[in-house]
Write a protein of this length. Sequence first.
Length: 309
Amino acid sequence: MALSQRESDIQMMLAADVHLGTKNCDYQMERYVWKRRSDGIFIINVGKTWDKLQLAARIIVAIENPQDIIVQSARPYGQTAVLKFAQYTGAQAIAGRHTPGTFTNQLQTTFNEPRLLILTDPRTDHQPIREAALGNIPTIAFCDTDSPMRHVDVGIPANNKGKHSIGCLFWMLSRMVLQMRGTIRPGQPWDVMVDLFFYREPEEVKDREEEPAVAEFVAPTLALAVDEWGPEGATAGKWEADVVPSAAIVPSIPGPEWTAPQVPGPAASWDAAPPPVATGVEWDAGSAPAAPVGWEAAPVVPSGWESGH
């Protein structure tokens, strides 16, 4: 028996841990809590979550221009889902820190006055909620069991702290909006995977990008070695010490032979050469010059300090 769309969506929400709350519960969120576990975690009623998603989709479809809708998330886990939601529904996305005065200060270049505001976490996105309240902008937010409900017009009870939960909620809301607009038939499954709305770690994305680059770098190197040096050179991996390629031998070029110049003299070789003739005075012990007169030790003249008197 095939499951209905509501039942299949509830199974997906249970798999993504949408029903898991926190150990604290706000008094305005008690109506959406089903029970409390033995470890103190509150369990959210996913049936009411699905109903609130339908209500939020009807509000979004009622706005004629999708550019008048701003979907915002300051938490990293919701930034990918926010960008994907804006891509498929035509809304404007603000991923990252909210600039104060975006909805109230008309002198700012980033000033915007939307007709609807969709948030991921009321506690983290408290600044846009306050500015939207000053500008009478209706607000839709995903609220956990401990989230403040002040200035939130439509609160969708769900787990807004897990990356799988946030991605699943935005994927489901996007599909409901497209179905109500007529882009997707109600009984037809959406061809967009829910994995695209999940947050991915930067290290994981970097590793996936580096894997094909390494494969492309190794392949040409092996092919070049086989084509250029043959299979023997590729398998050997290194050159032998006594092997010299024939291309490295430089051919001899005929030309005049350069020989050592002949040393003039009667001798034919260095052994037969005559000993050098001494010119000048030989420096022997007898011919050493005498010390000049006056260099002898001079007599010491007493100064009177030696005797002590």
